[in-house]
Design a protein around this ligand. Sequence first.
Ligand code: 13P
Length: 246
Amino acid sequence: MNNKIRKPLVAGNWKMNGNNELVRDFVKCLEKTSDVDVVICPPSCYLTAFEQAQFSLGAQNVSSFTSGAHTGELSTSMLKECKVSYVIVGHSERRENHGEANDIVASKVKAVIEAGLVPILCVGEPLEVRESGQVFDFVKAQLDAVASVCSNTYIELAVIAYEPIWAIGTGKTASPEQAQEVHAFIRKELAQLNASAAQSIRLLYGGSVNASNANELFAQNDIDGGLIGGASLKIEDFTAICQAAS
Ligand code: 13P
């Protein structure tokens, strides 16, 4: 993957896992890698516990509003005060379980970019869409919704993660060829909006990435790293995945 022009990025999405001890272990033991951008996205209550970490911090969600009566939500300015640089937006678990439709996801991407943070925009299809051969249409609709709200410049400022829902937490990884095919499609779609930015935007694969399959996935032309769930909770596994990206 070193022959690519894009610097690899590996982000760990802890989801609703972890505790103070895991935070301490990561701060102490996760080594700095100069040739890979590493991001940890813990539950928001741990964000401020990561002082002096060797890696960047990401949030798992954000409000599109700046302040006000939004119980349980966090604004971009609050995340910035917690030294967050990246925000996962539109994860399938939020789309499915928290009613985040494409338009809400788009407004969040806009808010994140306007705040000077980097959105990690998640896209990806459920199993029935893959089985019906509609993957490209489904992903295109997710991308189009964001482009219609954010203008084409969002491509220069975002990271996009392709996470097929059927591969998340199932141990059923997309094959490198399946993943590459969709990544190439995403880059081609983005190129129609902004050709040069499409070459520099980083596209991550997510869905049951582990220390054994990371090498082959990251070796694909249009895969620039990963968004890692379960395997980001174990330092040895996560370290091996980061090394696979370097
Ligand atoms: P797993 O790596 O556990 O499949 O999760 C992927 C994911 O949803 C990362 O955001």
